[in-house]
Design a protein around this ligand. Structure first.
Ligand SMILES: *Cc1c(COP(=O)(O)O)cnc(C)c1O
Length: 385
């Protein structure tokens, strides 16, 4: 086993997942942009760009990374509640397809910078639709209490400064209400809100030619092997039905659902420690490599590589080596008896895992492996056990 911890990516599974998402939209005027923040590994970006997806970026660095990986500039959308002047300059100079604006002040800044470049970019307004994503509070973004998007009040105020905005083309709307959403009625509610808002847009801002409904489709963390490819059909069908009244191309920004299941964190048991009522398995990976459990209380399936999970199970608290009590992957999880040197795989780590890794505690940058050889064979063994 190579040096642990490291991320392992199954590119076969990634390709199958991408094909499945593309297939589900092939007959529609739907465009999928990959949300790069989920995983910006270069090989993964190139794989996704090659399949013809667009990119959704939230920083200037991500715009440059997207272009370098082969995403056409015209397919890049740029969102973010706090774009710096330097980042806006990158977006304008690269002539990306769309800038999603989140405040009136930001629109004025873009207008001024575009004027200096004698350029008139297309922009879309990110609106906060006040739709509850019914997901974890920390990954919910579409409620008025969240910082994202223009409020309905700012949207109304926009009309009063339209005269000043000669160097932007306001072509449509953008929404993104949250992440890890598995209840399709949430997307039905979003569609209903969009149908209410579009006529308001057209009354004041003219023809509506662009709609972006964001991302947010969730994956199965509890049991990743079951339905390892998310139900893209159900997701897109919800919008196909909900937005049938609109005659514009519809853009989607999927992150987690495209890459989440293709990655695993491979880590070694350093020590097993017993207290009066607990067994601790102390790993060489911690919150610095995989932050989601500490940040959101997220739970990932943990498996012992190559083991039959039906025999001799014990209950473990699985923890990392970092000097923080929140550095814990699982509490009281059933695993085959563990000993020093055993290899564990933490599943569903393709999204918001490696891209969130930190150097806290002076940690080395976590490595990754995109090969499909020996390790993949044993991963398959785990899956079929
Ligand atoms: C993070 C993000 C996404 C992707 O969300 P997923 O839940 O990973 O699909 C899409 N759009 C915006 C604006 C985002 O910030």
């Amino acid at each position: 086993m190579e040096n642990t911890p490291f991320y392992f990516y199954d590119l076969d599974l990634l390709n199958q997942t991408l094909d499945s998402a593309m297939y589900a939209t092939q007959l529609d005027n739907f465009h999928i942009h990959y949300a790069i923040k989920a995983n910006n590994n270069k090989k993964i970006l190139e794989t996704i760009a090659n399949k013809g997806f667009g990119a959704d970026c939230v920083s200037g660095w991500e715009i440059e990374a997207a272009i370098e990986a082969g995403f056409p500039a015209s397919s890049i959308a740029f969102a973010g509640v706090g774009k710096t002047d330097a980042e806006i300059a990158i977006a304008l100079n690269r002539k990306i397809g769309m800038i999603h604006c989140e405040s009136l002040e930001e629109i004025l800044v873009i207008n001024e910078m575009a004027q200096a470049l004698n350029y008139r970019p297309q922009i879309a307004l990110r609106l906060n639709p006040n739709v509850n994503a019914l997901t974890h509070a920390k990954i919910s973004t579409g409620l008025t209490e969240n910082k994202f998007g223009l409020t309905v009040r700012e949207f109304a105020e926009l009309v009063t400064i339209l005269d000043e905005l000669n160097h932007v083309q306001i072509v449509g709307l953008h929404f993104h209400i949250g992440s890890q959403i598995l209840d399709m009625t949430v997307f039905e509610k979003l569609s209903d809100r969009i149908l209410e808002i579009v006529p308001q847009f057209e009354r004041t801002l003219g023809p509506f030619t662009y709609l972006n409904v964001g991302g947010g489709l969730g994956i199965n963390y509890e049991n990743p092997t079951e339905g390892i490819i998310p139900d893209f059909e159900a997701y897109f069908e919800t919008f196909r039905r909900g937005l049938a009244a609109l005659n514009v191309p519809i853009h989607f920004e999927l992150g987690r659902s495209l890459v989440g299941q293709c990655g695993s964190l491979i880590t070694k048991v350093l020590y097993v420690k017993k207290s009066d009522d607990k067994n601790f398995a102390i790993l060489d990976a911690g919150m610095t490599e995989l932050m989601r459990p500490a940040l959101y209380g997220a739970q990932h399936k943990i498996e012992k590589l190559g083991a039959n999970h039906t025999e001799n199970n014990l209950l473990y608290d699985v923890v990392g080596p970092i000097c923080e009590s929140s550095d814990r992957f699982a509490e009281g999880v059933e695993l085959p008896e563990l000993k020093r040197g055993d290899i564990l795989t933490i599943r569903s780590c393709g999204a918001y895992a490696e891209s969130m890794s930190l150097r806290y505690n002076g940690r080395e940058a976590v490595g990754n492996n995109l090969k499909r050889t020996l390790l993949n064979t044993s991963l398959r063994m785990v899956k079929s056990a």
